[in-house]
Design a protein around this ligand. Structure first.
Ligand code: CMC
Length: 437
């Protein structure tokens, strides 16, 4: 708490309302509005644009500066020097691991990559063209049924075991979704391979042919996981926290995060980017689409541009852009027509006054979508891969929240519906004349 008090003067109230304020280690001070309910007021903040829903020590973002820190470490330093599993350890435990701790962590994750054989039977219930995010929501939620030995959420050891299981099994499940859609046999994880390399092996290997994964592509995949590992209190993480606040088990909570991530304004954007590039079809059509994006009466938006928090640049996008160039060079795809559209759009966004004034820069999903497309990952798998990388962030926030005394999340509302009225007999009622959906 700080010495500063915020004073709220409300017309008609005899006395002003004094509210305490708090200072974080970084970022804006916050005003504690909890006392307002007793005074007969709620705060109103749709989209939570001015609301700190919790206290957290995991990730800090300064959107204006384009700064993203995990436990204090800048994302570009982690992307340059660390790897996904070391970053997972950092997010979960708060510090970078020693060599011995790192080896132990990698070993634990590696030896938990297999899923129960019964899980493979769940996939049979899904039609071959089911969206992989639909499968992921269902299958990750179903994991709740397999681990009764460690579902005591009040026990920190149980929580960490669930964290290990989720981080280890997500790539296996993600690859199983893909294999199911292809009608190919599931590939077992190969524990001799690194995390990202193993994922690509399970995606693209078959029992007949299991080509060695290119180190450039494995590194790019690892970076995609790392750059998506956490992002503060975004929509899916807030959903996981909200679900967790009711005492739900970790697998159910992560399934709720996956469902939220699916939306095109959040994790679904990387899939939407590729769909948009395909719809644009040719560089000659770009101007028409840019005009649509600028037209206030047209709901069309350029997917992969803009961010709720980064109003300067997305630091993850900077790293991703470098990786994108490496991957395209490795695969000899520099002249791909879809990429030509992407490059031209990027150029427009950086030069056009509309995008400059509204601070709409290419975000991480813009480049990660292009990389994954180049690697040969189908677009409907993009969000699944985002979910795989983000699992550690979700679980780190869930674990942090449960380490403190938790109050169930229960927002209030500004009610603008009907005032009390008496029920009338259906026979004498006029037509409702309402929109039917
Ligand atoms: N194309 C065209 N105009 C846009 C775009 C866009 N992609 N994004 C925002 N605008 C305009 C918007 O029309 C509005 O204009 P006006 O002020 O005239 O009404 C203004 O910019 C501000 O938009 P907003 O919707 O109030 O901004 P927001 O902070 O609520 O939304 C966003 C952020 C990411 C949802 C939005 O920029 C968007 O829909 N982008 C496309 C989808 C996308 O790429 N999402 C991925 C986000 S990064 C991944 C993640 O972290 O989840």
């Amino acid at each position: 708490m700080t010495d500063k008090k915020a004073t709220l003067a409300v017309e008609g109230l005899d006395a002003n309302i004094e509210l305490p304020t708090y200072k974080g280690t970084m970022g804006p001070d916050v005003i504690d509005v909890r006392g307002l309910t007793a005074k007969g007021y709620f705060t109103y903040d749709p989209g939570f644009v001015s609301t700190a829903s919790c206290e957290s020590k995991i990730t800090f973002i300064d959107g204006g500066k384009g700064q993203l820190l995990h436990r204090g470490y800048p994302i570009d330093q982690l992307a340059e020097n660390s790897d996904y599993l070391e970053t997972c350890y950092l997010l979960l435990h708060g510090e970078l691991p020693s060599e011995a701790e790192y080896k132990e962590f990698v070993d634990i994750i590696t030896t938990h990559t297999m899923v129960h054989e019964s899980i493979s039977r769940f996939f049979r219930g899904f039609h071959h063209d089911s969206h992989p995010m639909a499968m992921m929501c269902g299958i990750v939620g179903a994991l709740s049924a397999f681990y009764h030995d460690s579902l005591d959420i009040t026990n920190p050891r149980h929580r960490i075991i669930s964290a290990h299981r989720l981080i280890a099994k997500m790539p296996t499940l993600a690859a199983m979704c893909y294999k199911h859609s292809q009608g190919q046999p599931f590939m077992y994880p190969d524990n001799n391979l690194g995390y990202a390399e193993n994922f690509l092996h399970m995606m693209f290997g078959t029992p007949c042919s299991d080509p060695k994964v290119s180190p450039v592509l494995a590194r790019a995949m690892d970076k995609i996981f790392l750059l998506h590992a956490d992002h503060e209190q975004n929509a899916s993480t807030s959903t996981v926290r909200l679900a967790g606040s009711s005492g739900a088990n970790p697998f159910a909570c992560i399934a709720s995060g996956i469902a939220t991530l699916w939306g095109p304004a959040h994790g679904g954007a990387n899939e939407a980017v590729l769909k948009m590039l395909e719809e644009i079809g040719d560089v000659s059509n770009i101007d028409a689409y840019v005009a649509k994006a600028k037209d206030k009466n047209d709901p069309f938006r350029l997917m992969g541009f803009g961010h709720r928090v980064y109003k300067n640049f997305d630091p993850r996008a900077k790293v991703m852009k470098g990786t994108c160039d490496e991957v395209l060079a490795e695969l000899g795809l520099e002249n791909d027509p879809l990429l030509a559209i992407a490059k031209r759009l990027e150029q427009i966004a950086l030069e056009d006054p509309y995008f400059i004034e509204k601070k709409l820069y290419p975000n991480v999903d813009f480049y990660s979508g292009i990389i994954m497309k180049a690697i040969g990952i189908p677009t409907d798998m993009f969000t699944v891969i985002f979910a795989t990388g983000r699992t550690v962030g979700w679980i780190a926030h869930w674990h942090e929240m449960l380490g403190e005394s938790v109050k169930i999340g229960r927002p209030r509302q500004l009610y603008t519906g009907a005032t009390p009225r008496d029920y009338t007999d259906r026979a004498g009622r006029p037509a409702a004349s309402v929109d039917t959906f």
